[in-house]
Design a protein around this ligand. Structure first.
Ligand code: FE2
Length: 483
């Protein structure tokens, strides 16, 4: 059931999730005071589109990647958007029906539909990361696609000179060690034991480090963190759901439907970036976190901040209610909300302290892009108003971890707020010198805009609104590409 009275047109919201344009380029109108410091840069966003095919609605996780670039130029802004040109997108868009299995959707209504369509798709729809002269469109279930940074045309699967060849699952989330100019990626080998491999690529895309680790048990991972000397993994223990597994085997269920969060104790694993022995710290409790704000080391302690779920269930993400009902962004996920939680690990003794950093339920936490792996003070995230409400995310929150203060801006009824991205001011030194950018989907007015916020005064609302052409499809993750 919707958590609130609906203040938006469900059909309009769904119609835009399947945009008719495959290649968009147009100037945008701007209200307010667009900062000069953004000029020359681009806000990049990836997310699922074309979720409705052949009268069936696919889970947003299975929608084809639709990359948007908001270019700040000529004193204003322009949008470019393109689908990631995968073989699966070509076939499904040409035939206008689902042909591949997704992680959250069956191919069709029939019990044998999955069996008749044995291939999984890689919709390249989750993250977007510029690196070494290409844009990477990333998805959990396959290799990244490389796009041309200017035209957004798809070049093809990216292996970084075969370094990623043979990796079936590369995490959609990557980390950038800005000081060392390294892109860090992680691949996963799922199974009764879970294997991880970490890769580091230099500014030219050459592999300069690689480390492996295997842990016992089945775990789910979507994100990881880095410090100056470790890769940091927070395991989410999962079990097979017997009913979900049977449905999957019979072809009537989905991949995520066969997993459930496990009460087994979770572990934090710190794998040295220089190849030493990994440290495994038992956290003494089951837990689940999808995203991390960041990690760093200080005085012999490793600190990790994660958006930790109070409880977690797979399914119904982003308003999905099954293949026969429209997506409803106001539908709450079945889990219990998530809180920014700090794990402080004493690397000498292995003791760990856990502390909640905010009482606001939040996710999609982001920090200054140059602070990955380093101590940080400011975190920006999606939250919901009033305080205590869980998803859907209707507000933006800025946390000052040093002062212990929080600022919240709510978009109002019918508005949904996407992941905040920090755009540093060129030449700025202070961590909060720049702007926070967040896409706002305004269901009341069937419009969407990119809100530009002053990080010191988020509660005042956007200082500028860059109006997008209609209600663009909801995005998952974005990034800032400096001039
Ligand atoms: Fe994510």
């Amino acid at each position: 059931m919707p958590s609130t009275q609906r203040h938006y047109d469900l059909e309009a919201f769904n119609a835009v999730m399947t945009p008719e344009v495959a290649d968009l380029s147009q100037a945008l109108t701007v209200d307010g005071d667009l900062p000069e410091g953004l000029q020359g840069g681009s806000y990049l966003l990836n997310g699922p589109a074309m979720v409705r095919l052949g009268g069936r609605l696919m889970h947003p996780f299975d929608g084809h990647g639709f990359v948007r670039a908001l270019r700040f130029e000529g004193g204003g802004a322009r949008i470019q958007a393109r689908f990631v040109d995968t073989p699966e997108w070509r076939r499904e868009s040409a035939e206008q029906r689902p042909l591949y299995r997704g992680v959250g959707t069956r191919v069709g209504k029939g019990a044998f539909s999955n069996m008749l369509a044995p291939k999984m798709k890689n919709p390249a729809n989750t993250c977007i990361q510029p690196w070494a002269g290409r844009l990477l469109a990333l998805y959990e279930g396959g290799l990244p696609y490389a796009l041309d940074p200017q035209s957004l045309e798809t070049r093809g699967l990216e292996t970084f000179d075969a370094a990623l060849e043979g990796q079936r699952t590369v995490l959609a989330h990557t980390k950038v060690d800005a000081a060392r100019q390294r892109l860090v990626m992680m691949s996963l080998r799922p199974g009764p034991s879970t294997g991880f491999t970490f890769f580091e690529f230099d500014a030219q895309g050459r592999q300069v480090a690689r480390a492996e680790h295997t842990c016992k048990g089945m775990v789910f991972l979507h994100d990881f963190a880095i410090t100056e000397s470790h890769y940091v993994v927070l395991e989410n223990p999962v079990d097979l759901d017997v009913g979900g597994l049977a449905r999957m085997l019979m072809g009537t269920g989905s991949l995520i439907g066969m997993l459930k969060s496990s009460p087994r104790d979770a572990r934090l694993i710190a794998v040295p970036r220089d190849g030493g022995e990994a440290r495994t710290i038992d956290l003494g409790r089951g837990l689940f976190a999808v995203h991390h704000a960041g990690a760093f080391e200080q005085d012999g302690r490793l600190i990790l901040d994660s958006a930790l779920f109070d409880s977690f269930q797979f399914g119904r993400e982003f308003g999905f209610r099954g293949g026969d009902l429209p997506l409803d962004p106001g539908v709450r996920e079945p889990g219990q909300g998530q809180h920014l939680t700090r794990f402080t690990v004493d690397l000498a003794t292995g003791s760990v302290e856990t502390r909640r950093l905010s009482d606001w339920s939040l996710d999609f936490p982001r920090i200054h892009p140059d602070r990955e792996g380093l101590a940080y003070r400011h975190v920006y995230a999606c939250t919901s108003t009033p305080q205590g409400a869980n998803d859907p995310f209707t507000a933006l929150i800025a946390l000052d971890l040093e002062e212990g203060t929080e600022q919240v801006w709510g978009g109002g009824e019918g508005c949904f707020v996407g992941e905040p991205v920090f755009a540093p001011r060129p030449g700025g030194v202070e961590e909060n010198d720049g702007w926070v950018l967040a896409a706002v989907y305004d269901g009341r007015n069937e419009a969407a805009f990119l809100g530009v916020f002053d990080p010191c005064d988020v509660a005042a609302g956007p200082i500028a609104r860059v109006h997008l052409p209609g209600l663009l499809p909801y995005g998952f993750h974005g990034t800032w590409q400096a001039a």
